[in-house]
Design a protein around this ligand. Structure first.
Ligand code: 13P
Length: 288
C-alpha cells in the first residue's frame, strides 16, 4: 500500500467505536517499533513527526522510510506532521511525502487560525493530503489545572471553524495536556460529548501518553477517533537505553538500540490493544 491520508481510518474508527493511535517518532528504531506493533495487532496506525523534530529525524528521510513501511504493509499507515507551525512547513512536508498534516495555529486569534488553516487545507487537499487543526489550546501537563483548562474548545466556534476550513479532523482542548501530568488531567466529558455531537469531522485527543486506562476507554466510548502518544514513547526509549547501558561496560550501540526499540514496541502494542478494545468491527477482521 501507499501512505494514506487519515480520513478513512478515522471514519472507520468513529463508526466502529475505536481510536487510531498516532505515535510520535524521532528515528528509525521508533518507526520500526511502531509499525511492528501495528502489524502484530493488525491495526492501522499513524506515524507522526513533531514539527520540532523534523530536523532531527530528517523530514525527507521520514517521508521515504514511512513510504517503505507502507509498501510492505497490507494495513493503512499514515505519516503526519504534528503541530505544524506555518504554511511553508506544511508545504515542505507534503513535498517529502507526508500523507497528512496538522496545522496548529491555536495560539493565534480565531480569525487568523481560520484563515491560515483554510489556506493549508486548499494546498493539502489538492495533493490528497488530510489536515488536522486545533481549536482552543492544549497546554503542557506541567501547568496548573487552571491553565490546562483555560482555553477549552467552544462548540459553536468549533462548528464554524470546521465548516469554514473544511479540515478532516479537529484536535480539541477538553482538559488533556502534553507531556507528564503534574496535575490532572481534569477532562470535561460533557464538553467532549457535545463537541463530538456537533462537529462533523472526527475528534482528536492530544496528550494520550499518561491518561489513565479507564479515562481512555471513556474518551473512546464517547467517540474520539484518534489519540496522540509521544512523551511515553520517548521516556520508554530512554529507559531501554539506560537499562542496556547499566548492564555492563562493553555495551554495544546495537544493544542500546535493540533494547530501546523493544521497549517502545511493547508500549505501542499495549496502547493499540487499549484503543481498539471496544471495537465493534474492524479493519483487522476484514484484512486478515
Ligand atoms: P503526550 O505528550 O501525552 O505523549 O502527547 C503527545 C501529543 O499529543 C502529540 O501531539
Amino acid at each position: 500500500m501507499k501512505l494514506v491520508p487519515i480520513i478513512e481510518m478515522l471514519e472507520d474508527a468513529r463508526k466502529h467505536r475505536y481510536a487510531v493511535g498516532a505515535f510520535n517518532i524521532i528515528n528509525l528504531e521508533m518507526l520500526r517499533a511502531i509499525v511492528s506493533a501495528a502489524k502484530s495487532e493488525r491495526s492501522p496506525v499513524i506515524l507522526q513527526v513533531w514539527h520540532g523534530d523534523l530536523d532531527l529525524i530528517g523530514g525527507s528521510y521520514a517521508g521515504a522510510v514511512a513510504q517503505v513501511a507502507a509498501q510492505e504493509s497490507d494495513l493503512p499507515i499514515a505519516l503526519q506532521l504534528d503541530h505544524g507551525q506555518n504554511v511553508e512547513q506544511v508545504r515542505t512536508c507534503i513535498r517529502w511525502g507526508f500523507s497528512s498534516v496538522m496545522i496548529d495555529l491555536s495560539s493565534a486569534s480565531f480569525v487568523d487560525n481560520l484563515e491560515h488553516t483554510k489556506e493549508v487545507v486548499r494546498e493539502a487537499h489538492a495533493g490528497n493530503v488530510s489536515v488536522e487543526a486545533e481549536l482552543g489550546r492544549i497546554y503542557g501537563g506541567e501547568n496548573p489545572i487552571e491553565t490546562q483548562t483555560s482555553a477549552l474548545t467552544e462548540p459553536e466556534r468549533a462548528v464554524e471553524f470546521v465548516g469554514k476550513t473544511e479540515i478532516d479532523a479537529l484536535a480539541v482542548s477538553v482538559g488533556t495536556a502534553h507531556g507528564e501530568y503534574l496535575y490532572g488531567p481534569v477532562i470535561d466529558y460533557d464538553l467532549l460529548e457535545q463537541l463530538i455531537r456537533v462537529v462533523r469531522v472526527p475528534v482528536v485527543i492530544h496528550g494520550g501518553s499518561y491518561i489513565k486506562e479507564e479515562e481512555i476507554m471513556r474518551l473512546i466510548n464517547l467517540g474520539v477517533a484518534k489519540i496522540n502518544v509521544g512523551t511515553g514513547l520517548m521516556n520508554t526509549y530512554v529507559d531501554g537505553a539506560r537499562d542496556a547501558l547499566g548492564e555492563h561496560n562493553g555495551v554495544r550501540a546495537q544493544d542500546i538500540m535493540r533494547r530501546a526499540q523493544a521497549g517502545v514496541e511493547k508500549v505501542v502494542q499495549k496502547k493499540i490493544r487499549l484503543f481498539v478494545s471496544l471495537r465493534t468491527s474492524s479493519i483487522r477482521d476484514s484484512s486478515s
